[in-house]
Design a protein around this ligand. Sequence first.
Ligand code: AMP
Ligand code: MG
Length: 336
Amino acid sequence: MLALGIESTAHTFGCAIAEMKGKRKGTFRILSDVRSSYRPPEGSGIHPREASRHHANVCSRILKEAVMRSSLKMEDIDIIGYSAGPGLGPCLRIGAVLARLLSTYYRKPLVPVNHALAHIELGAWLTGARNPLVILVSGGHTMILLYFNKRWRIFGETLDITIGQLLDQFGRSLGFSSPCGSMIERLASNSNKEYSGIPYTIKGNDVSFSGLLTAAIKRTKGGSFDIGNTCYSLQETAFAILAEATERAISFTNKDEVMVVGGVAANRRLADMLNYVCTRHSSKLHVCPIHYAGDNGVQIALTSLIDHVNSKVSVAPENGFIDQAWRLDSVNVRWR
Ligand code: AMP
Ligand code: MG
């Protein structure tokens, strides 16, 4: 079966075409993967209206290119999967409108996909993780998850901003263009690595990053702290908080596999810290490969295929919903 996956939750508009033979994920194959990301002006964050304008401008080109690179025709595709949430309303709407239109015109089943679940499914396919504790760290999520009885259950999550927002907002305060995670990683690794204390907040299994953000911004504005060392201290503190919450979750659940997915999974220092924790508990760490850590159409194509093949799920084009706040722990994972 062939799927077109459409992703449009935030910065990235992506289309991918993929194939799965039968019900087995092992036969999944990526035929094309085309993306374009909105870059806000330096120093500013993502503006939902501007990002959706970007998506509207690029969507037909990205779709055409994805179909062309797969060497297929739209008529060959069996199902249309799209990211239905969580995400930014105006951005989600562009993807959903395109998906509904294609589903109506080509008479193909339409499959809404939960974006967070799609990060997990793609990560598991790429890394071979079977039943891991999941650390989902991205622009929209900071969650520690475990699967139980048809749902991903939240063991811990952020009480305020996500770790992606922490890095992006700090980077923007320095005048960088969002997303800033990889720039902060570079500045931190090239610094003298002189650590200076930044508030460390962990509450039970949950984490909090807004105090760190305020403290780090205050420092750089004061001018007496080196920017590289502040990036280093910010990363060390934020990742140590996540590592502590992860260690608690491993001890509690006895999981012998941990998988980290989402855009922030691209950070090598975070992987090193999580690896240290996992080794202490004889647990294996799976890190989503950098190219697929951020948002992309492949994750949507894969999840729509697994869902549709195993449970025949689809909605009529007029019922192709979006839900900006679609929580992962409210989704029934029919196929697991
Ligand atoms: P996503 O929402 O999954 O597309 O992830 C986007 C988030 O990942 C943004 O907040 C980026 O700043 C962050 N990110 C991307 N690359 C890195 C990196 N190397 N280190 C830390 N964060 C990163
Ligand atoms: Mg994402």
